[in-house]
Design a protein around this ligand. Sequence first.
Ligand code: HEC
Length: 174
Amino acid sequence: MRLFILQVTLLEEVVMTKKIFPSYCMQFIARVLSCVFIVLLYPAANNANAGAAENDSTARGKLVYDRFCSLCHGKNLQGQPDWRTRKLDGKLPAPPHDETGHTWHHPDKMLFDITKYGLVPPNAPENYKTDMPAWGGTLKDKDIWSVIAYIKSRWPEDIREKQKEVNSASLKNR
Ligand code: HEC
C-alpha cells in the first residue's frame, strides 16, 4: 500500500516537473485529482492486502496439514475408509475434512479447540477414547488457525457459505 502511494506521488512529481500543467490552477486540479484517486483506490489496495494475507495463511496451512494431519485425514482430506464405523478397538477412524465429512458442521472456534486440546470436554465426553491427538504442544495457535484456513479453502463455495452461518449462529449463542 505504501508503495502504491509512493508511486502515485512520484507520478504527480513527474507531471509537475515536466510542466504539463503550466498554470498553478491546472497544477492544483491535478493534485486534487490524484488525492481523489488515492482515496478511491485505497480500499481496493487494502483488500488486495487482506486477500494476500489469507493466501499466506492458507499456503502455510497446507504445509502444516501435509506434515501433521494428512497421515490420518488423508492427503486429499478424504479421511480413512469406512470412517463412520468404529474399529475393533472401539475407536473411530479419522473423518474426512472435505465437504463429505462433518468438519464444516462445526464453527471455527470448535475446530480450533479440537485441534489444540484434542477430543476432550466440552467437545467430547469425559475420558473419550480417540486416536485424534491434541496438537497444542506441537503447533502454535497461528499454525492451527492456518491449517483450519487451508481446510476451509478446500470446501466448495456453498459449503463455505453454510459453515459461515454455523459460525455466526455459534457467536450469537454465546
Ligand atoms: C493419528 C491420526 C490423526 C492425526 C495425525 C490427526 N487426526 Fe484429527 N482426527 C483423528 C480421528 C481418529 C478423529 C475422529 C475422532 C473421534 O471422533 O473419535 C479426528 C477428528 C478430528 C477433528 C474433528 C472433526 C469433526 O468433524 O468432528 C478435527 C477438527 C481434526 N481431527 C483435526 C485435525 C488436524 C487439524 C490435524 C493435523 C494438525 C489432525 N486432526 C491430525 C485422527 C487424527
